[in-house]
Write a protein that binds this ligand. Sequence first.
Ligand code: DGY
Length: 319
Amino acid sequence: MSRVVVTGRIPDAAIEKLRAEHEVDAWTGPEAISREELLRRVAGADAIVSLLTERVDAELLDAAGPQLKVVANVAVGYDNIDVPACTERGIVATNTPGVLTEATADIAFGLILMATRRLGEGERLIRSGQPWKWGMFFLLGSSLQGKTLGIVGMGGIGQATARRAKAFGMDVVYQSRSGIDPKIAAELDAQRVDLDELLAVSDVVSLHCPYGPATHHLIGAEQLAAMKNSAFLVNTARGPIVDEDALAAALREGAIAGAGLDVYEHEPRVHPGLLELDNVALLPHLGSATVETRTAMAMLAADNALAVLSGEQPPAAIS
Ligand code: DGY
């Protein structure tokens, strides 16, 4: 029997699955676990099931000890994990690709609609109690039909967002480092372009690339200036892909028309300049937040941990 430390609350079904085979120490406090408590609890762990809010770095791996075999992140993004530090220590790192693709694409499209059709502004107006009535020029937004969606990062979530865009009558261009299966590109009728062209031609730019040194501030002042004044930026990937100072300035000055964000550069803090603006829709990192998706993520993380603990190949190894 191995010792599994779970760093935050996850669905019961996944805890039960882990408990059927191993001793499980799961943090269930109402607040996120403190760093000190986490460092203390991981000592002697054979597996860590981590949430994206916990930093899994060399210090934590060393605090766990040399018996640690696997870090199973309950997220597809793994910028919270120092993967080279895991590899150096022979620890397998895993994530949860696939199971949150549709839910995240739904939120990306929700934000596209919120930003282009000014849904947040409308809701705030009603709730403010201010008088309003239908008017020919009241809260006019921008139509999506016939417009171009530019997708940065054409993995599963980018492709799922492209499928939704097609259903809304949009054209799709995408930027991708590795390219995609030509059959899928043909099915989606999506054209591969470089980032400069994507920014220049898109009416909506939606970010779906992983975060890392190569994508830190991928969208900054220069890229925002390269977008159309009438265009919108949507980010459901990771906050630091966007330079938020530059985004707040671009939105304030009308360099772009609007934005929709589910993730933040210094999450959970939201840039005060963004909070003041009406032309940005703000969500609290809800990309994968459905009962079904979170359960599937936790079950996949449990399967990953259990496989490594039994000496098998996990379903979703990062490295
Ligand atoms: C992920 O899995 O990386 C998502 O951001 C979680 O919502």
